[in-house]
Design a protein around this ligand. Structure first.
Ligand code: KG4
Ligand code: ZN
Length: 503
């Protein structure tokens, strides 16, 4: 059942009512405009009720009131804007089944991920069942450019996005009509690339009248661990290591994170990628796996690299200096990256393997040292922590897992590392994170079925996950803070406070 009508409120604001059914549920959206929410041009009241009798409840009777993610910025600006404090966040959510732990098991969410160089989509059920997972990687482009080139990556996403999403639905044996919501990464990442995924997600959601959830890419890396490890409950710690991020966070609850440490310059994945490129390795699977493989042949103590930030008693990272050390070692051994490894002499190959192994050892030692300290800090803040999640592309590295497992075990915690296919970028993590937020009522109502071509999307290329822990601030920190979006945690916290003051 789908219906929509337009009407006018007594205060001459327009509103739109959308009814739509998913599984056992019928949703009703009352969408007000102009923007009255802090983050949303389509703030709405959504009420969930069981089919067939749609139960409308009065505002104050609704069980939870939570802010939604917005994919749509205030029309005056493409960037985040604070609206006056007397504005009302009116997205609410209620279900006759809430309070029951199995609530949401039958929800089915499509997740779309295009923040970097992988075009990924997946369909996941609320009970954690992965119905499908499809990824199209830009292997040839990576090899050609030795890294991600935004314009070429955008074009590659645009070429395959429709097919990837269609394949995900086909493999799940579902059509769009069977979905409960669409989740999509809105940041952080490359704007050009994020836009392709968000546009596609809005088209699907608009055409089939589905709610949307805007997902934080790094939160998705962390939360996918809850899909694989049923026991993993909040609070927990997470080390998120990818091509662009090196984050140590304490996850208090869904959407609320304290950032214990981050990188002051490059992330570890970037250092793996550059090392692979300078060593002349095959970049088609990205640099990390190539370095990991070659490192198995090398002597990890043969090249002396310094562990970064030894004297900084914090939980921050730096990989730019280690990259330079690697480059100098490669130059000193006369290694020519234009000569592929396959045509190297035995000695040349051994030199390359020694550098790969020595780099990997020191890069991971840096992780180990900072993780040890971060666990101590986290246990002071939240003594009930039992788990440490390690996720993101670099967490698929076996040596990384082995070494961090020792650290975590010594601190009497349990390591949770998703399988490699869920550590590197994927649609499952986006769908799952979408589900987690959708279940507690954080979502946006369906976008209009037809949207202008020049529509300005709310993309968040630089979007911190959590609030910085004061003790963890680094003097060495880069001052590049321009155009950073307020953190996910601050947005959710501010809205919760606002909602509380209104009840
Ligand atoms: O999370 P991800 O797939 O994409 C980003 O969000 O950046 O991470 C990609 C990064 C790349 O730098 C890649 O080289 C690295 O993860 N990576 C690895 C391994 N597999 C992927 N690094 C080390 N060892 C691996 N096995
Ligand atoms: Zn990632």
């Amino acid at each position: 059942m789908q219906s929509q009508c337009k009407s006018s409120s007594p205060h001459s604001s327009n509103f739109r009512v959308s009814l739509f059914r998913s599984g056992e549920m019928v949703r009703l959206f009352l969408t007000l405009s102009p923007a009255i929410s802090r983050f949303n041009i389509y703030p709405g009241i959504s009420i969930l009720a069981t089919n067939p009798s749609l139960r409308l409840q009065k505002h104050h009777q609704l069980k939870t009131k939570t802010p939604a993610f917005s994919l749509i910025p205030p029309s005056s600006s493409p960037n985040f804007q604070r609206t006056p404090s007397n504005s009302t966040g009116t997205r609410t959510f209620s279900s006759p089944k809430s309070g029951n732990s199995s609530f949401g098991d039958n929800l089915v969410v499509l997740g779309i991920e295009t923040s970097c160089d992988d075009t990924a989509a997946a369909v996941v059920r609320g009970n954690g069942e992965v119905l499908s997972q499809v990824i199209s990687s830009q292997a040839d482009l990576l090899a050609q450019y030795g890294g991600v080139a935004p314009k070429q990556a955008e074009e590659a996403h645009s070429r395959v996005i429709d097919k990837v999403v269609q394949d995900a639905l086909d493999r799940a044996n579902l059509s769009e009509k069977d979905l409960s919501a669409v989740a999509v990464t809105i940041g952080p990442g490359l704007s050009l690339c994020l836009r392709v995924g968000v546009r596609k997600a809005r088209r699907v959601a608009g055409e089939f009248n589905l709610p949307m959830v805007g997902v934080h890419h790094m939160e998705a890396h962390a939360l996918v661990a809850r899909l694989v490890e049923q026991e993993l409950s909040f609070p927990f710690m997470a080390l998120l290591i990818s091509g662009g991020h090196n984050l140590l966070v304490l996850a208090h609850k869904l959407g609320q994170y304290t950032q214990l440490g981050t990188t002051v310059d490059d992330a570890i994945g970037e250092a793996f990628d550059k090392t692979a490129k300078w060593l002349g390795l095959d970049m088609r699977r990205s640099g990390g796996p190539a370095v990991e493989e070659l490192a198995l042949e090398g002597d990890a103590k043969s090249v002396k690299f310094n562990v970064p930030m030894k004297n900084h008693k914090d939980c921050n990272f730096s990989y730019a200096g280690l990259k330079t050390q690697v480059r100098l070692a490669i130059e000193a051994k006369d290694i020519d990256c234009k000569h592929p490894l396959s045509s190297a002499t035995n000695e040349d190959r051994r030199n390359r393997a020694d550098i790969a192994a020595s780099f990997q050892r020191v890069a991971v030692l840096h992780l180990e040292e900072k993780c040890e300290r971060a666990i101590d800090w986290a246990l002071e803040l939240e003594p009930s922590i039992k788990h440490m999640v390690v996720s993101g592309g670099v967490a698929s590295n076996k040596y990384v897992r082995l070494r961090l497992n020792n650290i975590v075990k010594n601190k009497e915690l349990k390591l949770v590392c998703p399988p490699p296919s869920l550590c590197t970028d994927n649609g499952v993590m986006v769908a799952w994170t979408g589900l987690e937020h959708f279940r507690v009522g954080r979502y946006d109502p369906p976008p209009p079925a037809i949207e202008p071509e020049d529509y300005v999307y709310d993309l968040r290329p630089r979007w911190p996950l959590g609030e910085e822990y004061a003790k963890g601030r680094s003097d060495a920190r880069s001052m590049r803070t321009a155009r950073i979006h307020p953190s996910l945690t601050s947005i959710i916290r501010a809205d919760s406070l606002q909602q509380q003051t209104q009840t």
